[in-house]
Design a protein around this ligand. Sequence first.
Ligand code: HEM
Length: 158
Amino acid sequence: MHTSVARLGGRRLTAIALLLVTAQACATFGHRSPPASASLYVRLGGYDAVAAVTDDILARELKDPVVMPFFKGLETADLQRIRQHLVDQLCAAAGGPCFYPGKDMKTTHAEMEITPAVWNTFVGHILESLDAFKIHGRERNELVAIVNSLRKDIVREP
Ligand code: HEM
């Protein structure tokens, strides 16, 4: 009797110990929300998350009849560069370990005559992507602030 209770207790202790080790491992390997003090980049989920959101935005832009004509005539290699530069730019702006090696926004978009209406369409797709990735609250506000900060260099006011 005493022996079997002791054995059961032993098994229970082993199970609890295993749970604790698993919980510790989960905490160590990131199965836990990042702290509030973490960079936007970390809170979004790091590089893969930034790249996935960027790809989703770009796909939406390139099939929009208002936005797509601006990208007409570009080669696959151009689109690959633009995609990578968008990832680098967002990663760096969010405090990630990236460097944006492209041209500044004013120079890039100077000859495009992007109107406020085109801008609103473009930003509308960004917001759709944020919805699709369930990016809400603080992270959404910070991303929208980054996007809005670029408007003055991209849009040609009438
Ligand atoms: C949040 C808004 C935007 C951001 C962050 C952004 C960012 C960028 C970046 C990083 C590049 C690549 C620059 C390089 O490789 O040096 C680029 C290129 C380009 N962007 Fe934008 N852009 C924005 C809005 C727009 C809008 C509204 C349009 C037009 C509808 C547009 C049209 C283009 C085009 C056509 C290029 C290719 C330029 C080329 O290499 O020939 N962008 N943009």
